[in-house]
Structures are given as structure tokens and as C-alpha cells.
Ligand binder design. Sequence first.
Ligand code: GLU
Length: 480
Amino acid sequence: MQGKIRTRFAPSPTGYLHIGGLRTALYGFLFAKKGGGDFVLRIEDTDTARYVDGSVQIIYDTMRDSGIMYDEGPDVGGDYGPYVQSERKSLYLEYAKKLVELGGAYYCFCDQERIESLKDETGNIRYDKHCLKLSKEEIARRIASGEKYVIRQNVPTEGTGSYHDLVYGDISVDYKDIEDGILLKSDGMPTYNFANVIDDHLMGITHVIRGTEYLSSTPKYNLMYDAFGWERPTYIHLPPIMKDAQHKLSKRNGDASYEDFVNKGYVKEAIVNYIALLGWSPKGNQEKMSLNELIENFSLEGIGKSSAIFDEAKMKWLSGEYIKAMTDEELVEKADKFFKESKVYGKYDLKKIAALLKTRIEIYSEIPEKINFLEEFGEYDIALYTHKKMKTDAEIAKVVLPKAREVIANLKEFNYDSIHDALMALVAEMGVKNGQVFWCVRVAISGKESTAGGVMEIAELLGKEETLKRLDYSIQLLNK
Ligand code: GLU
């Protein structure tokens, strides 16, 4: 019986946190939280060639911002630190030496030239266990003389490594297909293949959740757990996320990161919610779920084996659902940056505008374009009056608008109801269709085909004076 559940997210700091990485983090977080366990962040920075400055900070920021918060990690501490692999260097040497003593690894002094000479016709290199035969004395002498070495895993030449993955089931790999890979490099840094085992064990990780690319290398990690006499963790490998049927979504292809989507104006909760659905299906039909609801509903049984396709349109729809559910105040607050980019900022009551926008946008970045007309009005194409369904066009507008101007000018109170009633009375008086009046007036006071809000809402925001000014302008424009 395992004790407290402990999962980890172990990103390499190689740039932005992409969607696949964040999904791995999210599942580790959801699984731990659902089981009352701990979620750990570990920075895997041993591949110095791929290190990108600033990316550790991006990882911290993204996780905080998205709410996928860890209980232990480099910047929050914990009992199992350090949580950055480069700060654990001495540990790896110690355990690599131990593994050598246990027969699970060996020193290798082969230089690049010899390694190159092992290339086969297809250009593949497979190490031939040459240094496994060296005597203890020779090894000690060569190390003492300062010769460079690596430590390699000693993989059996026959037999099969098997384990049970909670998503993919029973996995078996023949040892003859596994190379004696490098565990400790000549600069003393571990490779991923070694560090993940040492750290997952020392950090008490009970469930290893990561991408399928590690499915077939896991038997070699198990060899090390077994050699050390450590309990193997439970494995949960996650299906890949695809851009389309052929291409994986990946940051190497420049595919969008969490941050990119936030900058594009997606609701953050919707991004996290959508990512949760990439490879996991909830039991019920409910797709819109807060982080707490995700924790409540998450289960490993819902994780599928087949790859998930990243559908930005669906994420957009979900973002729209979140916006609809916001209060006006919330929308004003959360979309602040986008309101600031619009021309109306500081000039209108944003809460009133938010009320109109709420059902009409899916992402915040649509805001400026939807409301700029309030501050920006001038020549427009009179073809906008043509609307088949509304049975209207510029000729009808020419007749309707002067009358509409008159009834609006006569209003003592200028609000939604009074404008509505006046225009309805005009519809009755003229014997025309509602749309013929409402469509024409809306175009006349906005100069736009689509606006946040209908006639009454827009007119109310503009005020009586501006509404009449715009009607006058449009009447002139139509009679040019
Ligand atoms: N650093 C590895 C990666 O970014 C972590 C894999 C794992 O979770 O074990 O792919």
C-alpha cells in the first residue's frame, strides 16, 4: 500500500511552457489534489545546451497564473530539495558509483573516435560494452590519472523488461533493444535517463505522469529501481497532443504556449479547462469545469490512449462560455488590458459596455473592434443598409431615418424603454417591419455591420445628442 500520493512536473527550462507541458503538469496536479497528495515542481536543467535564459521564471509564472500550483519546488521549498537538478550534481555521482558497485552500471573511457567507429551502415551507433570488461585496477588507475570517463548503464543482453502502465496497460521491451546509455556525462552532469530515477525515488514520487515518449524507455529505468532495491513508481503515460492528424503540437514547431493564448485574449480558466480535456474525458457531459471541479471529477480511467487533437475553435468557444458567466465587473477587471487598447477607455462606463459585450465575444481581444465605434464614427458604406432577412436597404433607410430622428428628438426621457417604445410606435405608424426600423437605425448610429449591443443599448451609451448627430450625418450620407 502506497502512502501519500506524490506527483511531480519536471520540465526542462527550454523556453515557453507549451500546451503539452502544461497538460502534463495539470494532470499531475489534478491527480495529486484529488487524492489529497502533494504536487512537486522539479526543474530538469542538466541539458545545458538546451537551456534558455529566463525560462525557469516563465515556468514559475505560468504555473501560478494558471492556478496549477505546486506544494514543493525551487521557489517555495520543501523537504526534498534542492528541486533544481543542477544543484543536485553531487548526489548523482554518489548514486552512479553505487550503481556501478551493484553491477547496474560501469565506467566507460572510450573516446569520441572509438564511439564513431561503432557506426553501422545506417549511421546508428550502439555501444558494444567494451569497457565493461575493464578490471577494477585499470579503472581506478585511469580515473586517478585524470582520464575522462562517463558512466553507462549495464543493460542485460537478453530478457525482457515489463511493467504495467495505468493508461497503456502492460508494456514489454526486449533488453536487446536497449542500449547501454550514458547515465553520467564526462562533465559530471546526469542525463535525463539517470536523473529522473534518482530524483523520483529521493523525492518520494509515487506516480510518474509524463508523455508517451518515455513509455518504451521506462524498462531501463525500472532496471535501476530494481538494482537499487527501490520500489518502482506507478506509471501513467499521457497520449500525445496533435495539431492535426500528422503533426504533433510542439514548442519546437513554434506552436502556441499558454502565454501566447493569454496574450491573444483567451480566458485563463478556459485555457486550463480546455487543456484538461485534451486526452481526458469526464464521466458526465459537463465540459465547462473550474479547477476545483476538475479536481473533483478527474480520474485516470478517463485518460485515453489515442492522441488528442488541439482544437483552437473549441477552446475559443469555451472561453466565450466563461465570459458569458462573468459578472460585468469581472469582465471589466479581467479584460482590463483589452479595454485599455480600445478607444472608449476612460470615456464610458465600462460596466455597461461589458454587459453588452458578454454574450457577443469569445476572447477579450475582440473587445476593441466591437466597441471602438462608440468613439469613432465617420463615412461608411451605405451597402450596410442592405439586409435580406430584415428586408431593408438604403432606399428604405432614406424613408425610415428622418422619421426615426424625429421621434427620438421628441423623447423627454432617453433610455432603453423610451427609445424602444418610440421606435415600435414608428413601426406601427409606418406599417413596416421591426427590422426595417431597428436595422437601419443601428447602422445609422454605428456605421457598423455588427456592434456590441442593439439600437437601444448603443443609443443609450451614446446619449441623445450624439445619437441625433449621427442620425443627421447618416441621413446626409444617404442623400449624397
Ligand atoms: N524533463 C523531461 C521533459 O521535459 C521530463 C519528463 C518526465 O516527466 O519525466 O520531457
